[in-house]
Structure formats: structure tokens, C-alpha cells
Design a protein around this ligand. Structure first.
Ligand SMILES: [Zn+2]
Length: 360
């Protein structure tokens, strides 16, 4: 089986043959047709959050069920599926209340470990989608609607994360929402889904004016752009936001993975609004609590989607798949996985979403 493995924290993908996975009683083997790749995974790798090496990365997987373990209904064989990558215990207070990302046994297939009790299950399923075949629990399969391509199916996880952020941010139709890191996968996914929440206006915030101009095409009626640069002051940024939405935005969704961006846009949120942070930004948030209290702003931190988010977003996508497929700007064969990785990490080229297809 042809696969791209990582052997160390450096993140180089080693292409070659690996032993084909064998399904346990409750598993299936999926022939991978498309796998998502995003720069965040290499950041996790360098941080040491990917504890088993070598491993096959790739948590965004779509393909066809090739074979099934003895306790799995054989009718599933041949089905077009996406793989829900989240592994959790299924019985704790979080898993039973649609908040499984907080489970202490949370990990992700083809990704990393997020809880102290995650290792046993992760050990079983750490290999992900950058391979011709992957072993996953049958309970993690979602059937793809016939009009949803494998490529789009592979990206459901990103769309589900965006949906999760929108659910926390948008409380009423007609809202204006600020989206930071608007030119990346999460920003573009959020803007494509915003109309499903009755969002009236999207203020896309980013550092590259050329790339910002391009994202307007995702929803020209709703999207306006605000360019920020390193020497910007909060007052300057807020003036530009309020020139578009004088009363301030109802919410901001912040995907910035670094830097002080969230504090720059903070004053662009109206009283009673919300800021949802999903960017895992390690920089301090330099806004005094008194200001947050005075403006009655809710600061909401979150990470990862739930199974419900994934299933809901899959039906939204299936209603208009072409609109969402348009966000997939880059496609690579598995042989070119290192080229894909270099492009993603250097950010030299504007990439909204990229997928890798293992060749057969
Ligand atoms: Zn749990």
C-alpha cells in the first residue's frame, strides 16, 4: 500500500510502501479517494502533540468502504463515505451532550491526541488518510450523498468546524459578522456557510489585500473586506470596520493562529456581541476585562466540531455542492504530498482548501 508517512517532528513526508491495514471486528478498511491537508497538522507535529511516530497523517478522509470486520454489517462494503475523525469515549458527560471535543479521551484519526485518556484508542487508529487504504471504526463513517464528491466529502471536517463557530457566534438573522484569517480554509468555509445563518454582512479581515479581494467572490452580496497590517492601531482598524457597519458587528469569529489581531478588531463588535476564538492563538489577548464587561461582550473559546455539526453541514453542502466545491483551489496526487506541504507551510500561494488523491 502506497502511503506518505512522517517519521519525525520535522514533518517531511516519506513516500513508499507500507503494510496494508487489517480491520478489527468493528472496523472497516476505506480505499481513500481524497484526503484533506492543512498546515495546522505540521504545527501540531512540531509541538509534540502527535505522539506515535512514524505515522500517516490526514484526518480529512473520503473514499469507498473496501472491506469490513466480522461484527460490521457487510452491506456497508462499496459505500461512498467520509470518515468522522474524532475519537472519544462516547459515555462521559461531554460525549453524551454534543460536546465530545472536551472528552478526556479525545483524539483524531490521522492527527493528534487531545486528552489524557486518549492514547489506547489513538494507538489503534493513528494512521490517517495520506495512503491508499486506512483502517477506521465503522461507527465513524458517514455516507456521502451521491452529489457530494469525494474531494468535498474530505473537507466536511473543516466545514463542520466552521459551522460550530457560526453556531456559537450567530444568534439572530440579519447579523453582521467579522471573520479574521479570512483567506484561509476556515475563514473561507465560514463565509460560504454564513448565509445558512441568515447573516446579512460579512467583514473579512486579512493581511494580504490581493487575497482578500479574491474571497469576495465566495459571497459578493455579503462580503466586505478590511485589510490589516502589522503597524495598524486598533483605532484605525475599528474605524474601517465601523465605516462598513456603523453600529458594530454582532459577532466576530477569530481564526488567527498568532499575533494580536483579535484585539485590533475587538472595538468593531457592538455592545452585547460575541467573539468566538477557534484559532488556538498562543498570544495574550490584551483587552482589559473592564472593557469586555462594559460592552457586555462574550468571549467564547472553542475547538473542533461534533458529530452533529458534521452531519448537519453535510446536508447543507448537499443542497448546493458546487458552491462549496469552489473553495477547493488545489489538488495534488499523493506522490506530490511534499510539494503540497511546502506550499501550505510557506503560504507563498493563495490556498483556500487543498486535497490530496492517492493514486490507484
Ligand atoms: Zn467522552
Amino acid at each position: 500500500v502506497f502511503a506518505a508517512q512522517v517519521h519525525d517532528k520535522d514533518g517531511s513526508l516519506v513516500l513508499g510502501e507500507v503494510i496494508k491495514p487489517v480491520a478489527g471486528p468493528n472496523d472497516v478498511i476505506v480505499r481513500v479517494e481524497a484526503a484533506g491537508l492543512a498546515p495546522g497538522i505540521f504545527h501540531q507535529l512540531r509541538k509534540g502533540a502527535i505522539p506515535i511516530l512514524p505515522t500517516i497523517l490526514g484526518h480529512e478522509i473520503a473514499g469507498v468502504v473496501e472491506s469490513a470486520g466480522e461484527l460490521v454489517a457487510p452491506e456497508i462494503i462499496g459505500t461512498r463515505v467520509r470518515v468522522h475523525p474524532n475519537l472519544s469515549c462516547g459515555i462521559c458527560e461531554y460525549c453524551t451532550t454534543d460536546r465530545e471535543m472536551m472528552c478526556s479521551a479525545e483524539s483524531m484519526i490521522g492527527h493528534g491526541v487531545f486528552g489524557p485518556r486518549a492514547i489506547p484508542r489513538y494507538t489503534e487508529y493513528h494512521n490517517g488518510g495520506l495512503a491508499e487504504f486506512v483502517k477506521v471504526p465503522a461507527s465513524n463513517l458517514d455516507e456521502l450523498p451521491s452529489n457530494v464528491s469525494f474531494e468535498l466529502g474530505a473537507k466536511v471536517h473543516d466545514f463542520a468546524n466552521a459551522l460550530h463557530a457560526l453556531r456559537l457566534a450567530i444568534h439572530e438573522p440579519g447579523s453582521t459578522v467579522i471573520v479574521t484569517a479570512a483567506t484561509g480554509a476556515m475563514g473561507t468555509a465560514t463565509m460560504a456557510l454564513a448565509r445558512e445563518f441568515g447573516v446579512a454582512r460579512i467583514i473579512a479581515v486579512g493581511r494580504d489585500s490581493e487575497r482578500l479581494a479574491k474571497v469576495v467572490s465566495i459571497d459578493p452580496d455579503r462580503i466586505r473586506v478590511v485589510h490589516i497590517s502589522d503597524d495598524d492601531t486598533a483605532d484605525g482598524v475599528v474605524d474601517r470596520i465601523r465605516a462598513i457597519e456603523p453600529s458594530g458587528a454582532h459577532a466576530a469569529i477569530d481564526f488567527l493562529p498568532a499575533g494580536p489581531g483579535a484585539s485590533l478588531i475587538f472595538g468593531g463588535i457592538r455592545y452585547g456581541g460575541r467573539i468566538v476564538h477557534m484559532g488556538m492563538n498562543p498570544a495574550p489577548f490584551p483587552v482589559p476585562p473592564a472593557r469586555i464587561a462594559y460592552a457586555c461582550i462574550s468571549f467564547i473559546g472553542t475547538r473542533n466540531c461534533t458529530r452533529r455539526d458534521a452531519l448537519d453541514v453535510l446536508s447543507m453542502i448537499a443542497r448546493d455542492p458546487d458552491r462549496f466545491s469552489a473553495l477547493i483551489t488545489h489538488r495534488f496526487p499523493l506522490e506530490d504530498a511534499n510539494t503540497a506541504r511546502a506550499m501550505l507551510e510557506s503560504r507563498t500561494e493563495p490556498i483556500w482548501m487543498s486535497v490530496i488523491s492517492p493514486s490507484h
